[in-house]
Design a protein around this ligand. Structure first.
Ligand code: KG4
Ligand code: ZN
Length: 331
């Protein structure tokens, strides 16, 4: 029997819906929210309201683009945690209503599990077990995927996420939010070894980025605005180089510890050109098999919720209509 799933993602500031049939993504729609730009970060109340406005047209488009009708659906998957609670509530309530009206089961998906399983969307995918470095605006984790539903977090950040490290240091340089993509852009014209910033010594497979931020802050406090502007490319290249080194060194440690040599990447920061090229060349040097999903599956999207929903459907992991979303990673 074939399985068609509609998935809804509304954990932060993207309203997204996707349809997946037997593990193949048929449609993947995202409405981004520009309303937050002028505030320098996501405003939770405004995000919830924008989700309310976007959700019906986004789901409608996902159904149309997939070439199906609502009655073809076998289940509704939605992001249950973690995220902004007001945003999660919109997607959850919508998914519940649709599940009730169509008489099909409901599947609650963990957003971080979905980021990892985005690697199972392309034709060329890793087999189990594999390692995934998940780097986003809110999370930095190394995950050992033993099967689609058995994911073990073997390392994570003890303070800022990698995306926050990019965004916060970008802010110190006077760049607008989110600064990660801008650092990447300027870094391509700069010298990554021009300035040296602190690399933390954190035990095991955990990460820390607060020391780097402080070291950039102290360095910039001693400089004039003219110096910062004139050296912007080199500063961005050096900051990016340090963040990428912190990430890749832990990945090497994770591979050595687990002896798992299939390495994947996920999350918004995996768009970073320094991280992508760094990981590819490290993989070639070390004999790893490296998987980097298409950018549209790296940043927040509903296709990753749909593929995770598909694996949960296959193992009968459904939730009742009384389910609640959770802002926290533990549910
Ligand atoms: O996964 P994502 O889209 O949303 C979250 O779940 O957080 O990640 C957003 C983060 C932001 O911190 C943004 O600055 C960062 O990803 N980012 C980048 C790049 N593109 C997005 N950081 C560095 N270089 C990039 N090219
Ligand atoms: Zn995310």
């Amino acid at each position: 029997m074939s399985v068609t799933i509609l998935a809804i993602e509304s954990s932060c500031d993207e309203t997204a819906a996707a349809v997946c049939k037997d593990g193949m993504i048929l449609s993947n729609i995202i409405a981004s929210q520009s309303v937050h730009e002028k505030y320098g970060g996501v405003v939770p109340e405004l995000a919830s309201r924008a989700h309310m406005q976007n959700i019906v047209p986004v789901v409608d488009q996902a159904i149309k683009n997939a070439g199906i009708t609502l009655t073809d659906l076998n289940a509704i998957a939605f992001t249950r945690a973690p995220g902004l609670i007001g945003s999660l509530l919109v997607g959850t309530q919508f998914a519940k209503s649709l599940s009730l009206s169509l008489g099909v089961p409901l599947i609650g998906v963990h957003h971080m599990q979905a980021h990892v399983l985005a690697n199972l969307i392309p034709d060329e995918k890793p087999s189990f077990p594999f390692l995934c470095l998940t780097v986003s605006g809110g999370h930095t984790q190394i995950v050992l995927a033993k099967s689609a539903l058995e994911l073990e977090v073997i390392g994570e950040t003890i303070d800022d996420a990698a995306g926050e490290a990019f965004d916060k240091t970008a802010k110190l340089l006077g760049l607008p939010y989110p600064g990660g993509p801008l650092i990447d852009q300027y870094a391509q014209l700069g010298d990554p070894l021009k300035f040296k910033f602190a690399e933390p010594q954190i035990p095991e497979l955990n990460f820390s980025f607060s020391g780097l931020k402080t070291s950039v802050l102290y360095f910039l406090q001693k400089q004039t605005p003219e110096f910062i502007l004139e050296n912007r490319n080199d500063l961005c290249a050096s900051i990016q180089y340090t963040i990428v080194q912190i990430l890749l060194k832990k990945l090497v440690k994770a591979v050595n510890q687990t002896n798992v040599k299939q390495v994947c990447i996920a999350g918004g920061v995996s768009a970073n050109s320094g991280l992508r090229t760094g990981l590819i060349s490290l993989g070639q040097k070390k004999g790893w098999q490296v998987f980097i999903p298409d950018f549209s599956f790296c940043t927040d999207n509903a296709a990753m919720i749909a593929i995770t929903g598909y694996y949960k459907y296959l193992s009968n992991q459904f939730v009742p209509l009384s389910v609640n979303p959770s802002a926290r990673a533990e549910w």
